[in-house]
Ligand binder design. Structure first.
Ligand code: FES
Length: 572
């Protein structure tokens, strides 16, 4: 390769003062100059953090990537970016997704990199890294950190998140003792890796694979399996080739690839969070996706993967059964199989020899787990710009339902009232939670799957219709309507719902209607005042002022699109 073809040569190949500055400080790490000038310089963008337990093994994974980069004649440089720990960060990691994307974008663009390997795992670390990298658009490959091994409790498999929701309801209803609850805690998270249900992290890893942004089979290998390191090393080798071929993100993440990701997400029973993250990623590469695309492309796709929370198995089982390549091969008639992927081959070539080893875990199109899965998009006067529901995680009998609203003005109001024995609520009521959307919470927290009232749990009620402008953990389940847009905090009709109002949910007809007359809604609107974000400062102020609504991916308005990789000015 000629030096002038490499972006890094604009730094390391310089003469005079600037060349000395760019090279000399790099040499303090004991690196000879012929290591970094003239070889593809590969950034390993690492979301390692001990505050992100799902990504805590990434320093080791980065070493495997480095081996591969050296083997292929490149020069690796590992760097940290903001890491978002889903279980640690308050008020919600989602508030910081866009901040982390800005960190990834500007760090990649500002530095002498020719290609990038993104190390991602926990929920938000994947979309944030990819959003940022996409706005720079260098050759890039993703290595996911891999899921945890199956949780094991009393000789039964238990899944991250999904069993937290189940066990905490069991504890509240007295089916489980505090001691059993505590034992289950240790049994659930027993190895390195991210949540091993088909929650958001596994959904994101599968999305990366269906977009073609990783090596085939990369999503499901458990974090503790030695083949995860092999994958990282092979990705290190491959990124050097991608630089030589100038195979950039925009060559891989095309409209066709995004459509593939929507279809595959339906087939795997993936998280509703895919909608918000994939829409934001599409915005960065300049592909316009709207909510209707998810319904049109995904809602008639058969559910093939039998994983919690929609089914019963876990990611370890999914890997042994053949993983994402089997799903893609099975769904090939619904996919664009000629798209190019990170290894330089088409999707069709990548999955040509995929084989299913357990049809109970990965079913066939001819005999699916469910005929039609995906995400249904609901509209009506309660969600003029749309709301979503995941039918495969909902209760069939509640898919068409009319009920009286029980309203919670915000999350504090919810916790103050939910277990009050005098709360006027029964199993036919519809729970409505306001002000948990992008601007309202702020950060659009995963609180949409509200716990049911204790008195109804005690009666054996297991599901109710719940509606909010928030999100739901990918590990959760229930008849939960999410992402109501416009959200209450910007004056959407959700803000105007009152206790006792009749709400109609009709999933087959894609309808979400508040049965209150227009003139009454106008009267309520004239009395409604908004106060969200008035105390915000710093990044949170920037976020509240600029975040887009859920149907637009909740990116910030000024981050949509890309600036590219060229930086015209030197630093001294
Ligand atoms: Fe990190 Fe679930 S908490 S993936």
């Amino acid at each position: 390769m000629k030096k002038k073809q490499l972006r890094s040569h604009q730094w390391f190949g310089r003469e005079g003062k600037m060349g000395m500055i760019y090279r000399s400080w790099m040499r303090n790490q004991g690196i000879p100059d012929n290591q970094f000038d003239g070889r593809p310089v590969i950034g390993i963008c690492n979301t390692w953090s001990e505050l992100t337990p799902c990504n805590a093994h990434f320093r080791e994974l980065a070493e495997s990537v480095k081996k591969g980069v050296y083997e292929a004649g490149g020069f690796p440089l590992e760097f940290p970016i903001t890491s978002l720990g889903e279980t640690m960060m308050r008020p919600t990691a989602m508030l910081f997704r866009n901040l982390a994307s800005m960190d990834a974008e500007e760090t990649i663009r500002a530095n002498p990199l020719d290609g990038v390997v993104l190390l991602c795992g926990c929920d938000k670390t994947t979309p944030s890294s990819l959003m940022g990298a996409a706005s720079v658009n260098l050759p890039t490959i993703v290595v996911s950190g891999g899921p945890m091994l199956n949780g094991k409790y009393q000789n039964t498999d238990i899944g991250s998140g999904t069993h937290v929701w189940k066990f905490s309801e069991d504890l509240r209803s007295g089916k489980m003792t505090p001691r059993q609850f505590s034992m289950a805690e240790a049994c659930m998270s027993r190895s390195r890796g991210h949540c091993m249900t088909m929650g958001t992290a596994s959904t994101m890893a599968s999305m990366i694979e269906s977009l073609g942004m990783t090596l085939p089979g990369g999503a499901a290998i458990p974090a503790a399996d030695s083949r995860r390191k092999v994958l990282a090393q092979l990705a290190g080798r491959r990124i050097v080739g991608m630089v030589e071929e100038d195979l950039k993100i925009s060559d891989i993440i095309t409209r066709e690839a995004i459509e593939n990701a929507i279809v595959v997400n339906a087939g795997i029973g993936g998280s509703t969070n895919l909608v918000i993250h994939l829409t934001a990623i599409a915005g960065r590469v300049g592909v316009k996706i709207d909510l209707d695309d998810y319904d049109k492309l995904g809602s008639n796709v058969p559910l093939l993967v039998n994983l919690l929370p929609s089914g019963k198995y876990l990611m370890e089982d999914f890997y042994y059964a053949g993983g994402v390549p089997v799903v893609i091969k099975e769904l090939q008639d619904l996919l664009h199989m000629d798209v190019i992927t990170a290894n330089g081959k088409t999707m069709a070539e990548n999955v040509s020899d995929a084989e299913c080893y357990n049809k109970d875990v990965i079913a066939t199109v001819a005999d699916p787990i469910q005929e039609a899965a995906g995400i249904a998009v609901l509209r009506g006067n309660l969600a003029a710009n749309g709301a979503i529901i995941k039918p495969s995680a909902a209760t069939e009998a509640l898919m068409v339902h009319k009920g009286k609203a029980v309203v919670f003005e915000n999350i504090n109001d919810f916790y103050a009232k939910i277990d009050n024995p005098d709360l006027d609520i029964d199993e036919n009521s519809i729970m409505v939670l306001k002000n948990v959307g992008p601007k309202g919470y702020p950060g659009m927290a995963e609180v949409g799957n509200m716990p049911l009232p204790k008195k109804l749990l005690a009666k054996g009620v297991e599901d109710m219709v719940r509606i909010s402008d928030g999100r739901m953990s990918g590990t959760a389940y229930g008849t939960v309507v999410l992402h109501v847009s416009p959200e209450a905090a910007v004056g959407g009709n959700l803000a105007l719902v009152q206790d006792g109002d009749i709400i109609e949910l009709d999933v087959p007809n894609r309808k979400l209607q508040l049965h209150v007359a227009d003139d009454e809604l106008e009267r309520r609107r004239s009395q409604y005042s908004r106060e969200n974000g008035k105390d915000a400062r710093g990044y949170v102020k920037l976020y509240v002022d600029h975040v887009l609504q859920a149907d637009q991916g909740a990116d910030m308005d000024f981050l949509v699109g890309k600036s590219g990789s060229y930086v015209a000015k030197d630093n001294h």
